[in-house]
Design a protein around this ligand. Sequence first.
Ligand code: NI
Ligand code: MN
Length: 226
Amino acid sequence: MQIKYYGHSCFSVNVGEKVLLFDPFISPNELANNIDIMTLKVDYILISHAHFDHIADVVAIAKNCNATIVANWEIGAWAEAQGIEKVHRMNIGGFWEFDFGKLQMVKAVHSSSFPDGSYGGNPVGFVISGTDKTFYYSGDTALNLDMQLIPQRHNLDFAFLPIGNCYTMDVTDAVTASNFIKCNHIIGMHYDTFGYIKINHQDAINQFNIAGKILTLMNIEQTLEF
Ligand code: NI
Ligand code: MN
């Protein structure tokens, strides 16, 4: 699987023949706004929750690529109201077999209102099994005991976890989360974008190393083969 980082919590992951994009927040992100979002070619956009820093570029990219949205019921309804034609609504706990592989929508502990304050449903994460690898994208979340349920159904090869503190887990809790989900390779997200979530990279990497794990902090526009 090839992973590309677009800043904040936005990654694309090539799963089989399809390109999945998570939580696009590129054009308003000072660290990533040199990227022309119209150059992205994606098949699916997965949305973890309705906060602005996760949906900002959804409509533009979805319409440009004729991509399918995968999100909770309420965000799915919002996407349809924006004129996006292909929307697959799910809810927490459900599995669905897509043409790229199997996806389970899982719980996140956070909130999920749209920028205008309207209800965005519950925040979610995703566990995705392609032909060769399985990974977890947690979305914005606190550490929570329900993460221990994930390895009962899934053997994770890698996981995307927030590490920026203030709005989500900090690094120390993310290490515990990696134990809960039984995963040794974590890709950090939701850090450095705003003042409140700036982190010390070396300290974060060290905390994971002490636990016998690898934390990867990707540069924006960097790609990684997994
Ligand atoms: Ni959020
Ligand atoms: Mn966020």
